[in-house]
Design a binder for this molecule. Structure first.
Ligand SMILES: [Fe+2]
Ligand SMILES: [Fe+2]
Length: 312
């Protein structure tokens, strides 16, 4: 058995102070970047320009049914219409994530000094998310596709989670919500086949989201060192469970019925699609590599991640 010596205690204290200093430095850099590169979507984008005929609302390869037998039978028009509905469903999902995230951030800073850079950055990120959610809502409203809320069960799960989750659990969920969509948006904004408004919305989101990912990653990395062991273990299991919820909630199946397809058949074909599995795993890869690196993908958690289809 080892006993804690005075030297150990000093070391521990030094580590903790080092982590806090590091946290402040990261936040200062993110605040400087926010001051330079933040956008007002209402002014930045041309919301009145008509949509262009023949242009996609989401890159076709990232549309869930791409490459399936059902996709082969669809006309080009119907495929583009599906891309419009999926873009609306993803924007709706984005708003759901952001509302959860805003509450998690508010809880995270509730008992921290508001003068710290770490808290001031969290408040800045909440401002970003407010603009994003309004921007996504305006994008949905601008098109002919409806608002696609997540299922009632998922909404209630989200309600419970945002109320009780631990700090490392919160940041893991944040990254899951941010990184896969971010990967898709990085392919969307430079794509000339896509509607200019959708490209503008995704460009703004990618620029501002890079800071959020950095903030969440750095905090999670610290948390996986400093949080109690039960909390680290709990994070592994809950993150695997999020991954499963995430992969089911990702595209609202109502989109298929709304473009005149058989909903059950479409869902079955998406599930069986090797292309889709590859898209989702590639989209999650940056995140799963990182989580693996900091020790989140172990044991039961890892098995849950695999069963979500996001981890190869
Ligand atoms: Fe956002
Ligand atoms: Fe974000």
């Amino acid at each position: 058995m080892t006993t804690l010596t005075e030297a150990d205690a000093v070391d521990g204290l030094r580590d903790a102070l080092g982590l806090l200093k590091d946290r402040e430095q990261v936040a200062e850099r993110l605040l400087a970047s926010s001051a330079k590169h933040s956008f007002d979507p209402d002014r930045e984008l041309d919301w009145d320009a008509p949509f262009e005929d023949g242009k996609w609302f989401w890159p076709p390869e990232l549309v869930s049914l791409y490459g399936t037998p059902m996709w082969q039978r669809m006309s080009e028009e119907q495929r583009i219409l599906l891309s419009q509905h999926e873009a609306a469903a993803l924007a709706s999902l984005g708003i759901w994530f952001e509302l959860i995230l805003m509450q998690l951030l508010v809880r995270h800073i509730y008992d921290k000094a508001a003068t710290s850079a770490h808290v001031r950055y969290a408040l800045t990120e909440i401002e970003d998310e407010c603009r994003h959610s309004k921007m996504f809502a305006r994008l949905i409203e601008r098109g002919d596709a409806p608002w696609y809320p997540v299922s009632r069960a998922h909404r209630n799960l989200g309600r419970l989670f945002k109320t009780i989750s631990t700090t490392p659990g919160s940041f893991t969920a944040t990254l899951l919500g941010e990184e896969v969509l971010d990967w898709m948006q990085r392919l969307t904004f430079p794509d000339e086949r896509v509607q200019p408004l959708v490209r503008g919305v995704t460009r703004i989101h990618v620029v501002e989201e890079a800071r959020h990912v950095r903030y969440a990653r750095e905090e999670l990395r610290r948390q996986m060192v400093t949080a109690p062991r039960w909390s680290q273990e709990f994070t592994r299991v809950t993150s695997g469970e999020f991954a499963r919820v995430f992969s089911v909630a990702f595209v609202n199946p109502e989109v298929y019925a709304n473009v005149g397809l058989d909903r059950r058949e479409a869902v079955a074909q998406v599930r069986a699609s090797g292309h889709r599995r590859e898209v989702m795993q590639t989209g999650a890869k940056r995140l799963t590599d990182f989580l693996d690196d900091i020790g989140v993908l172990q044991g039961v958690g890892r098995r849950l991640w695999k069963s979500s289809g996001l981890l190869a």
